[in-house]
Design a protein around this ligand. Structure first.
Ligand code: URA
Length: 439
């Protein structure tokens, strides 16, 4: 078998066998197959797609390129959530401690910002002292003690994905449903949890720009997870406008703490509570979604969820005082309100433009090696449907650099649309996909 025969077969639109996929991916992982041949196969997959069977084999092979987390020392059902990424998406930070309150262990391995989408790890690293690089033993000990831990991808976990993802990023082969499925699911299945809930985002600020593509991605991931013995569910959620009122690392930690105190924005809380409720029902901690929602509201109202977050931060070396005093988080030198150019109803808040403006401010990376500025970003963002008067604040810009602030402001001028008629509220959760229905 030669790599070029396999590339040509996929180029011509034929399905690859299990043996061919193993040969190629294992060869790429070991270094026997070079980047140029892997790029050619990725591009052939991008254009010719893969059958469900091929995608499942690809996922399994990538998962087995590393080790699978041994969760046997955890005496509780385990569950995790994964988001395909968005602007202002701080759901994981609220959800992990919240779900842990129900007696579910949440071993969450998260990523950094990618393109315009923010990264959970970058947000957590704005907490002074917080370590995202725990060893596997420290990770498991944290989960045993407080029920949740959020860390970065370890070297042992799906190493072929790390290599392939970097290659896809520079060869125009990221937005392929089988390649995204294998990339996300190989890492998430290696966490070895009983249940996995997916937040598949669609819209201007997401990888999947249409609801149709996002639905196909969600269905494929749910089907792969179900086939591999996990209890699965997915929500299709709106990412045309940012989630909540903030985007930017420390600013999103502030909004997380407010949410855990019970003062979270409606859209952010709805997505968080619905994903969390699925985790409670999939692990049989609640009989149905209504019961799960009641339990979750109770964990926030009693202060238990905030306390869990505080404990997780402390156990991971962070300053737990930030939960009482958010001024301990990094803050930008300059804060400037961005005024509405006209009166009317907000009819669009472009998540992609806001995400790009945040990168310009320094909240995200232009190049992989870039350092980020944890303090910068936007807060007080208006939402679609809100009525404003000319000159009212549409957002507050937080910056440490006047030139970058001016560049971001010029971009933000195109981020909002204001209409004279009240627009329809966007549908936050467009669909739910359950693994049970499909198995
Ligand atoms: N996130 C991942 O981890 N992989 C992808 O391919 C896309 C988003």
């Amino acid at each position: 078998m030669l790599p070029q025969w396999i590339i040509a077969k996929k180029r011509d639109g034929q399905a690859l066998t299990e043996e061919e996929i193993h040969f190629f991916i294992e060869g790429y992982g070991s270094g026997d197959i070079p980047d140029y041949q892997m790029s050619a196969l990725a591009m052939a997959i991008y254009f010719q797609d893969m059958t469900f069977g091929e995608t499942a084999v690809l996922t399994d092979t990538m998962m087995n390129s590393g080790s699978v987390l041994d969760t046997s020392s955890i005496d509780a059902p385990t569950a995790d959530k994964h988001s395909t990424g968005g602007v202002g998406d701080k759901v994981s930070l609220i959800l992990a401690p919240l779900v842990a309150c129900a007696g579910i262990a949440v071993p969450m391995i998260s990523g950094r910002g990618l393109g315009i989408t923010g990264g959970t790890l970058d947000k957590l690293e704005s907490i002074p002292g917080y370590r995202t690089d725990l060893s596997t033993d420290e990770f498991l000990a944290t989960i045993r003690e407080c029920g949740c831990s959020i860390i970065g991808q370890t070297a042992e976990l799906a190493p072929v994905d790390k290599k392939l993802y970097a290659l896809r990023d520079v060869t125009g082969t990221v937005p392929s449903i089988p390649l995204i499925t294998a990339s996300i699911m190989s890492k998430k299945l290696a966490e070895n949890t009983d249940a996995l809930v997916l937040d598949v985002k669609w819209g201007k600020g997401a990888f999947m720009k249409t609801l149709e593509d996002a639905t196909r991605l969600a269905e494929t991931m749910v089907e792969v997870g179900t086939k591999m013995g996990r209890k699965m569910a997915a929500l299709l959620t709106d990412m045309n406008q940012p989630l909540g009122h903030t985007a930017g690392n420390a600013l999103e930690i502030v909004e997380t703490i407010e949410s855990l105190r019970g003062d979270g924005p409606e859209d952010l809380m709805t997505v968080t509570l619905e994903l969390s409720a699925c985790m409670l029902t999939l692990t049989d901690k609640a009989a149905n979604l209504d019961e799960a929602r009641d339990m979750l509201h109770g964990f926030i109202a009693s202060g238990m969820a905030l306390e869990k977050f505080r404990t997780m931060v402390r156990l991971q070396g962070g300053d737990p005082g930030i939960t009482d005093d958010t001024s301990l988080l990094p803050a930008a030198e300059m804060q400037r309100d961005f005024p509405a150019p006209a009166s009317g109803y907000i009819s669009a808040v472009n998540a992609e433009t806001i995400g790009k403006a945040c990168i310009v401010l320094g909240a995200g990376r232009r190049e992989v090696e870039d350092n980020i500025d944890h303090a910068v970003g936007v807060s007080g963002l208006v939402k679609i449907g809100q009525e404003v008067k000319e000159g009212d604040k549409l957002l507050t810009l937080h910056s440490n650099n006047p030139e970058r602030a001016a560049e971001a402001e010029a971009m933000l001028a195109n981020a909002f649309e204001i209409s004279t008629d009240r627009p329809d509220e966007p549908e936050l959760i467009a669909a739910r996909i359950s693994g049970d229905d499909r198995s």
